[in-house]
Design a protein around this ligand. Sequence first.
Ligand code: AMP
Length: 180
Amino acid sequence: MNSPEDHLRQAIRSIPDYPKPGIIFRDITTMLGDARAFRSAVDALVQPWAGMKIDKIAGIEARGFILGGAVAHQVSAGFIPIRKKGKLPHKRVSVTYALEYGEDEIEMHADALVAGERVVLVDDLIATGGTAEAAVKLLRQLGAEVLAACFVIDLPDLGGAEKLRQLGVPVRTLVSFEGH
Ligand code: AMP
């Protein structure tokens, strides 16, 4: 039997030229459909923080909801959805961040956490780190202590994990792919 890391890597499907030419889309739906890979990813994501007090897991829309929800259950923490602009119904806080072309905005409910709570951020993949950096700013704006940011997939050539570490956030990734 191959190692859990090899199994995880093989469970991720790579789709060339999606959503546009030159991009390799790393598709985790195959991993989510594989019970062993899904479980090992959820366990491994927060393994360094197992046993520590975690108040909330924050997941980034949409794939971060699937992974973050499972992680929150695993560590008995609450869950905070971080969403694209215009989706949350109650009083919100928001952060705008730059994209390759233009900008985007993410939001969370202003009462989703209280200052001083210990939060771990979860998403499927970190590329440039723009989305995760905005999420860290959002959480810190409400006084969260961001314990870590965890991703199944790292694209190290795009520098996102390094960017987050420079913000003082420990980063955990499980599988790396070279290139974009
Ligand atoms: P970034 O803000 O550049 O770190 O992009 C991260 C977000 O975009 C994550 O929510 C990912 O789901 C998505 N993403 C970026 N690049 C890819 C890729 N090559 N394959 C799949 N998802 C990606």
